[in-house]
Design a protein around this ligand. Structure first.
Ligand SMILES: Nc1nc2c(ncn2[C@@H]2O[C@H](COP(=O)(O)OP(=O)(O)OP(=O)(O)O)[C@@H](O)[C@H]2O)c(=O)[nH]1
Ligand SMILES: [Mg+2]
Length: 447
């Protein structure tokens, strides 16, 4: 399994907590064990240091809610911090409707771009999407033939001009043709670039500027060690990386280097490559991945327990109702709702607030809620706390960062304004009329 040794080292470190009185000294030991395991797996040293310090800080400072043991809490903190460096959640590639979604793959030579283009094409084809691939690599001889053979095997259309030495022109023409053919997904393969080769980075900048990709995907070789981090940083400085695919995680790859790439770019890992064949692609879910690495059967139950214990207190629920309801509150509410399955339980915390909240009142699809969460995660601290106004430029940045549209962000903001009003209204209504103003459309269904 990927990161096998890393998993064993981590599990060992966590097992050593069992039955111990978890004091500062034990936490320090855990911190050291974790650090060693991370660095051995090639996780970037700065990231490893930051992660372990955070684990220590949190483990030392957190109150123990209810009957939860400190050991369980520490395990959940380790789990959370590990998923964080991998982008926290699973973010699927957003497919736009009404026009083709354009994906542009970049990465250094031999990282696995061309193979991944074919893997992605097959992946989307399986979901009945019409896919076209473009070879915009005129650097390596035979690049077109390689992609052409692959696309023949998976039966998707290819656009390329082996004799044209202008990748931008090729990409533009290919996109034009595939748009006319009403493709759903267009995947653009580019030439391999060495991080040091300024000219090539410059070329990539031009390409990404001209070719308006919906998502620029950085392909990183999973067998790279510590250099993966700086490589990812170099790319991320040059262009707006929206997602990462780590390849070659089959075999004996340590993987930690490439995983640090997510932290280096702020972009989530969306897929991992697990074989040379076109089927060797897996969607990446940090939570599932970390659970697998930690290899603890009880993890799920344990995390549920922790989440429940961290539910909003009566005090914080009251603050929400008084209208001090920020986007951050909304985010944690979504999270609570996901684990508890209902808004009703939050309502129950508030005295005199036992309303009949029906499914219809709380009508928002799970899909919408997931989208909202991604958008909220793309906001800065200031934005979440309501300290700055969300003007157009910010909205544009948030939409881009979350792989959604400006419209989506506006829908969320509308939802937020309505929810805020509702919170205020409920408090007033609850006291004066004892009635329940209608909840705005958009609240998640109750479980
Ligand atoms: N084991 C394994 N090999 C892979 C994987 N992905 C790619 N490869 C291999 O890595 C080598 C390079 O892959 P390419 O797809 O040609 O890489 P590239 O980034 O397009 O290379 P350039 O076009 O030269 O920049 C090939 O031998 C692939 O078969 C993977 O997930 N696992
Ligand atoms: Mg290639």
């Amino acid at each position: 399994m990927v990161l096998d040794r890393f998993g064993r080292a981590l599990t060992g470190a966590l097992d050593r907590l069992k039955g111990k009185n978890i004091d500062a000294e034990i936490i320090k030991e855990l911190k050291n064990d974790l650090f060693r395991a991370l660095v051995e797996a090639d996780v970037n040293i700065d990231i490893a240091a930051a992660l372990t310090s955070e684990v220590e800080k949190r483990a030392l400072s957190i109150d123990i809610p209810g009957t939860l043991s400190r050991e369980k809490l520490v395990v959940s903190i380790v789990y959370e911090e590990l998923t964080k460096i991998m982008g926290s959640k699973a973010y699927p590639i957003t497919v736009v409707s009404g026009r083709p979604t354009i994906l542009l793959l970049v990465g250094i030579q031999g990282s696995g771009k061309t193979t991944t283009v074919a893997k992605l094409a097959k992946y989307f084809k399986r979901t009945r999407k019409k896919v076209g691939v473009i070879c915009a690599d005129n650097w390596r001889p035979g690049a077109y033939d390689q992609l052409s053979q692959l696309s023949e095997r998976i039966e998707v259309d290819i656009y390329g001009e082996p004799d044209n030495d202008n990748p931008i022109k090729i990409a533009e023409k290919g996109i034009k043709q595939f748009t006319q053919e009403k493709k759903d997904i267009i995947i653009v393969d580019t030439a391999g670039r060495h991080q040091e080769e300024k000219a090539l980075i410059e070329e990539m900048k031009k390409l990404t500027k001209k070719v308006k990709a919906d998502e620029i995907i950085l392909v990183i070789d999973g067998t790279l060690g510590q250099t993966a981090y700086s490589q990812a940083q170099a790319f991320s400085k040059a262009t707006n990386i929206g997602a990462i695919i780590v390849t070659k995680l089959d075999g004996s790859a340590k993987g930690g280097g490439a995983i640090s790439a997510s932290a280096a770019t702020g972009a989530p890992i969306k897929f991992i490559g697990t074989g040379e064949d076109v089927d060797g692609l897996e969607t990446f879910n940090p939570e599932g991945f970390v659970s697998r690495i930690l290899g603890r059967g009880d993890l799920e139950t344990l995390l549920q327990e922790v989440k429940k214990a961290e539910m909003p207190t009566e005090e914080s629920a009251m603050a929400m109702m008084k209208g001090k309801f920020t986007l951050r509150d909304m985010m944690s509410m979504f999270e609570s709702m996901k684990s508890m399955g209902s808004l009703g339980k939050i309502m129950d915390l508030i005295p005199g607030m036992k309303y009949n909240v029906t499914d219809e009142m709380l009508d928002v699809s799970k899909e919408n809620m997931d989208k909202f969460e991604v958008i909220l995660k793309s906001m800065t601290e200031d934005e979440l706390d309501g300290d700055v106004k969300l003007r157009r430029s910010r909205i544009e940045r948030i939409a881009k960062g979350s792989g959604t549209t400006i419209e989506d962000v506006r829908v969320l903001m509308n939802q937020y304004t309505q929810s805020k009003k509702m919170m205020k209204g409920m408090l007033k209504g609850g006291r004066r009329r004892g009635g329940m103003p209608g909840l705005p459309p958009g609240f998640p269904p109750m479980g």
